[in-house]
Design a protein around this ligand. Structure first.
Ligand code: FES
Length: 145
């Protein structure tokens, strides 16, 4: 599984860098500043059935359960945003989390408070398995009404 994770990363990395080069080329700027270690990437891999958010930026890597602790929704569902290269915004109620620390930095816009501790759950990938620093859950989309 570790190899598969790396493969996904390599593919995403090439795709992202390729897009960046295409964009930079299209606006006619030099490529000389393009430093692969400064490219921010988010991807999701599955380990033991859990979706794992992998974040890489500037040589740093963090892995988390890809679930928002507020209502246990998939935090990388369509509509999520990454702000200032390191803050992820949940698409459901707008809670924001620091991708380097996992800490919540903006609470959800919801009457339902986020259960404590309201932070992303770190996932430690090792030998094709995963350990969580917290109680993992399976993120689910809202049920259709
Ligand atoms: S589920 Fe993420 S902010 Fe509510």
């Amino acid at each position: 599984m570790a190899d598969q994770t790396k493969l996904v990363w390599d593919q995403e990395f090439r795709a992202r860098v390729g897009k960046t080069i295409a964009y930079i080329s299209s606006v006619g700027k030099t490529l000389s500043f393009l430093d692969p270690t400064s490219v921010q990437m988010i991807s999701v891999v599955y380990v033991r059935g859990y979706p794992i958010l992998v974040y890489r930026s500037g040589g740093e890597e963090r892995t988390y359960l890809a679930g928002c602790p507020h209502k246990r929704r998939p935090i990388t569902a369509p509509g999520y945003e990454v702000k200032e290269y390191r803050i992820i915004r949940c698409p459901f109620h707008g809670a924001e989390f620091d991708l380097l620390s996992g800490e919540m930095i903006k609470p959800p816009d919801s009457k339902t408070p986020c259960p404590s501790p309201c932070r992303l759950i770190r996932a430690i990938l090792k030998d094709g398995d995963v350990e969580f620093q917290g109680e993992p859950f399976s993120p689910e989309l809202p049920k259709p009404k």
